[in-house]
Design a binder for this molecule. Structure first.
Ligand SMILES: [Zn+2]
Length: 132
């Protein structure tokens, strides 16, 4: 059974407990890395400047503690493998739904279950809905 490494565990600790529950289940089945949970001001604004994020601090879902968003990717990381990222996301969304949670994924922002119409791909990104 795969297990999170130390930095994945630490990153996940900065996230909302519901995100922790989801990914502590996911890791039992698919090896993956938690790249980031909470993201501070300097880093958030740098991501904005570099075009990796659409919002400045503190408007991102990563900018509150505990974080309402988490970036996770299958391990080993292969950013060119869009299909693997998508397969992983479907697995994560299914695990979350089984726990009564609807997560929004950065490969399908409008949540229409179509991936080709996604304008801004952020494949490792999963977040809680606004009202939750
Ligand atoms: Zn993210």
């Amino acid at each position: 059974m795969p297990k999170f490494g130390k930095s994945s565990r630490n990153n996940l600790k900065s996230c909302d407990h519901r995100l922790q529950l989801v990914f502590n289940e996911v890791i039992k089945h698919v090896d993956c890395s938690v790249l980031e949970g909470y993201r501070g001001e300097e880093r958030q604004n740098r991501f904005y400047d570099e075009g990796k994020s659409k919002v400045r601090f503190p408007d991102g879902r990563h900018n509150k503690l505990p974080s309402r968003a988490v970036d996770v990717t299958p391990y080993p990381v292969d950013w060119d493998d869009r299909e693997r990222q998508t397969l992983f996301a479907g697995f994560v969304l299914g695990v979350a739904r089984g726990m009564g949670l609807v997560l929004r994924w950065g490969g399908d922002w409008d949540q229409d279950f179509k991936v080709m119409d996604n304008k801004f791909d952020d494949f490792p990104h999963f977040e809680l809905k606004l009202k939750e």
